[in-house]
Design a protein around this ligand. Sequence first.
Ligand SMILES: [Zn+2]
Length: 169
Amino acid sequence: MSKAYEGPLATKFIGTPSEIYDDKGDFWVVDFPRSITHHHTYGLLTPFFKGLTEGKLMATKCTNPECTENSVWLPPRADCPDCYARTEWVEVPTVGKIYAYTMLDYAGIGIEMETPYWQVDVQIEGVDTIFKGYLKQGKPVTGMPVKAEFRTENPTHTILDVCWVPIEG
Ligand SMILES: [Zn+2]
């Protein structure tokens, strides 16, 4: 092990001076911006996000013969919530029907969407859950046929890589 440096130093401040946000009264409030990079693993759910970049909807199905439900899950579940067995990947249709919808005036943290927008719940044949997303264009109506659109170029690798558009009929 090398010996630590113990000689003279010339130490410089390398930070950024902070602004005073509120200097009214006796207690200062200063701006103290911070940012972090969050390395988030998708773990066993990675095939779902990979599928979005390939224009596919990948769901999971419980194939345990002892399971009472054997459901197909979208968003996927790595393990069956009914019997806790590991699920298997299945590709499901990229078309569906609007089951319910609501207008979003305030998006959640991390949802980089201009508001307002239509959040839609989509019923997909062969899928036992209702898949939540957003309508890229148009006005939703219950039962309206929609098809998925994927952000395969410059993907965000988040759920925002899929949205829905009306099927012109
Ligand atoms: Zn199961």
